[in-house]
Structures are given as C-alpha cells and as structure tokens.
Write a protein that binds this ligand. Sequence first.
Ligand code: DAS
Length: 339
Amino acid sequence: MTAAPEHLPQVRLIATGGTIASRPDPRTGAVGPAVDPAELIAAVPAVADYATVTGEPFAAVASWNMTPAMMFALAQRLDAVLADPQIAGAVVTHGTDTVEETSFLVDLVLRSDKPVCFAVAQRHAAAPGADGPANLTAAVRVAAAPVARGRGAMVVANDEIHAAVSVVKTHTTNPATFASPGHGPAGVVTPNGVHFAVPASPRQPLDVEWVEWIEERVALVKLVTGMDDRLLRWLVDDGIAGLVIEGSGAGNVPGTAVPGITYALDRGLPVVLTSRCPAGALAPTYGTPGGGRTLRDLGVIAGGELTGPKARIALLVLLGLTQDHERIRRHFEGDRYPQ
Ligand code: DAS
C-alpha cells in the first residue's frame, strides 16, 4: 500500500451492499450488490481532492437483509477503525431502505466522536442518472470535514446531511428521498464546503456504558382501527423481550388492543409508544379507551419523536444494558429526544 499524502485527511469506507453497490445481473436483469469497495472508490476519482479513501468490505446485502446484530457488529468495527489517529472519519455505503435504522443504532452506541457518514443511492451503478457517485463524494467530504466531528452518524444524500436520529426515507424511488420531518437537514454540502445549520451539541453516550450485546427480540406492531389484541398476546406468549407499538396522532391506539398492552406490561415487558405521524412528539392528552393519557397511566413509555423503527432500535439497544424500566423510561422520556 502506498503512503497517504500527508496533507489530506484519511477516510475509511466500509461497504455493506445496497443499491449504491449494485448492478443488474446480465442474465436475469435482477439488481443486487456486486460492486466491491475498490470499485466504489475508483468510480469517484473526485474524492481524491478531499481525502485519501481506503475501503473494506463488511457485507454485500440488500439493506432489508441487515439485522440488528449486523448493525451492532458494524458499530463495533467503526469504533475500531476510528480509534486509529490517522483516520478522520468513516463512510458506510448502505441500502436506502433501512439506513435510518442502521445509522441510528450506530449513533446510539458509537464511542468515537469522529463522523460516520452513510452513503446511499436510489439508482444503481448502471442506471441513467445514477446518484451513487455524487452521494459517495459528498459523504467523503463530510467525513473528512473537521466541522462534522461530534455529530455521530449521519446520512448524506442529495447534497443534504441528515442526523441519524431524525432521518427517514420518504419516497420509494426518487433520489430526493431523505428527510428529517419537523427538523429539516442538519446541514448541506455545496461546491464550496460542508455547512451545518447549528453547532454540534454534545453527544450523549448511552449512560456512559459500552453496550456489550443487544436484545433482538423486540417487536414493532402498527395498531390500526378495529384491530384487537390477539397479535400482541401472541407475541408476548412467543417470548418477546420488549414491545414497540405504533399508534395514531399524538399517541393513541384502538381501545380493543389495550388488553394486549396490559398483558405485556403485566408480564414485565417494556412497552414503548410511537405515532404513525411523520413529524411531532407524543402528547398524552386523551382519556377514553386507548387514549394517550390512558396508556401513560397504564405504564406505557412515550417514544418522543422517534418513529416506530427507530424506537425499536433504541429499545433493543437499551435492553442489552438494563432491565430497569425506569431507566428505559428516562432514555425515551428525558431530554434526549424532543417531547
Ligand atoms: N432500496 C435499495 C437501495 O436504495 C436497496 C437496499 O436498500 O439495499 O439501496
């Protein structure tokens, strides 16, 4: 390996698969991950103006096949890589479908304060207007930028920088798919530089403990009108360790499902409530069967502004640290997330 030019920051690219690393199979036309890290880097010669990039494979999967265990192993690998004083930051190439979960898990457990930028694409390498090269170039620029330090994990796409805690995929196919509802992007990448809207706020490591393992048996259930509690009871009987429910509005669920929630709480499971609304925090306002105030009085934990998938990620990480429901409640209902 040749020595890196001293004046340029060093960035490590860790490849996991996704459309950014995909191309169609010449025989079937089906698209799948096939591009290795060296090819990804070779496709963006412009990054050489900003950083010296080295690559390593982590996985080659479509992101719907990522698992929490893989996300956790990725976070541990990132901490090992970022411990090298020569490395300024990391880029993770990843599928768009679930990058909001992986980036959030990494953000929760990462000990390093160096930036981790997830680079994605909606259009594969052989598609007209492939967005991977531009997104990868922007992600490297952010990962190499001193101003990105202390901001944890981010998704960089379409010249926008989104914080892992708030980013969601909003469109199935449009390259302008990522948004942070209720907040907007944390920053932008322009031809002149990397700009953040506000200064970095101190990162909040998870109670200053290193998470050793994560609990994967956490279910997410969307509760819609007319639904009863059979699915919830079945999950509890099947041995889940925690439950996240997605209700409506400011955090309400059909009253017909409430006996299943009580069933879970009575058996010692933490139950975290989220909303199907794309923006806004929960507000436990209503009595009535299934109203938010009723749920709070039962012992349900409010998930703040987190979406259902993100609250599930937080709960499975927390259950690797503690069984103490009050501690779990403090995580979700404290000042970490807008309430
Ligand atoms: N939806 C594809 C992507 O945009 C595939 C995936 O998520 O892995 O990357």
